[in-house]
Design a protein around this ligand. Structure first.
Ligand code: UDP
Length: 236
């Protein structure tokens, strides 16, 4: 597979075309942003960790019946994925109150939720990714009702599998964000990444944060936290 032109440069990843029109190559960088791109920095080693962790989780999810865009890991930082058109929704699942949920509803961070919740943001940087509900998503024509049902089913399935898998490694899955895309034939698949950039991970015993909040909140130790997650996941 030959790496072609740069198709798109995001905040933390670059996407390249290949000689196969249905396959793209994602290249993970160490760039980190927060506050809708206002805060910029680097987490050394993050690109390789996020690439490898995402692929590890996607392979696992595929095995358990959740379709993903994953094709093949090409290097430490590069992965071949199926070309999709991204559904412009950020799908967020929460098990424990944190971040914007805590702020919005005045719930102390760390409060377990009575049920796992799902929420959607309209993926639009200029608007600051506003929170929307199911009806808004349909009214705006972001997806169909059938697609929305599939997205919800996959998101909760991902939560169930990841929660259990990570707890065995001593990690509490607090919340996470997913993105989904459509293949050329319309099939909904999991896309983007699953990493400490997009999930909140807390150590089960110490409740220490092992994710991007260390960067967002200037806590220090982001590099060590990402490496710790990697070590528990892949034994290195
Ligand atoms: N998240 C993300 N990208 C975003 C916003 C949120 O990956 O643009 C993830 C974030 O890492 C966390 C979850 O979604 O695991 C919920 O984030 P929240 O809404 O609490 O936002 P934040 O507090 O990060 O602004």
């Amino acid at each position: 597979m030959k790496k072609g032109n740069l198709l798109y440069e995001g905040k933390a990843k670059k996407v390249f075309e290949t000689d196969d029109p249905n396959i793209l190559i994602v290249d993970y960088t160490d760039n980190a942003t927060a506050l809708n791109g206002l805060k910029k920095g680097t987490i050394v080693g993050k690109g390789a960790i996020n690439n490898r962790m995402t692929n590890h989780m996607m392979r696992l999810l595929e095995q358990k019946g959740v379709p993903t865009h994953y094709v093949e890991e090409l290097s430490d930082r590069e992965t071949a994925v199926k070309r999709v058109s991204i559904v412009p929704l950020e799908v967020i699942i929460r098990n424990i109150a944190a971040g914007s949920f805590s702020k919005r509803y005045g719930v102390e961070e760390g409060t377990p939720l009575k049920i796992s919740t799902i929420e959607f943001s309209y993926k639009d940087d200029a608007l600051g990714d506003p929170l929307i509900n199911d009806y808004h998503a349909l009214a705006l024509g972001l997806c169909t009702e059938e697609e929305l049902n599939t997205i919800k089913k996959y998101a909760f399935a991902v939560n169930d599998m990841m929660k259990e898998y990570l707890l065995n490694l001593g990690i509490i899955l607090v919340d996470f964000k997913l993105e989904v895309g459509r293949l050329a034939d319309g099939t909904i698949v999991l896309a983007d990444e699953i990493s400490p950039d997009t999930c909140r991970f807390w150590d089960k015993d110490t409740m220490q944060k092992l994710d991007k909040d260390r960067f967002r909140r200037d806590m220090g130790g982001a590099e060590d936290a990402y490496q710790e997650v990697m070590k528990r996941l892949m034994g290195e």
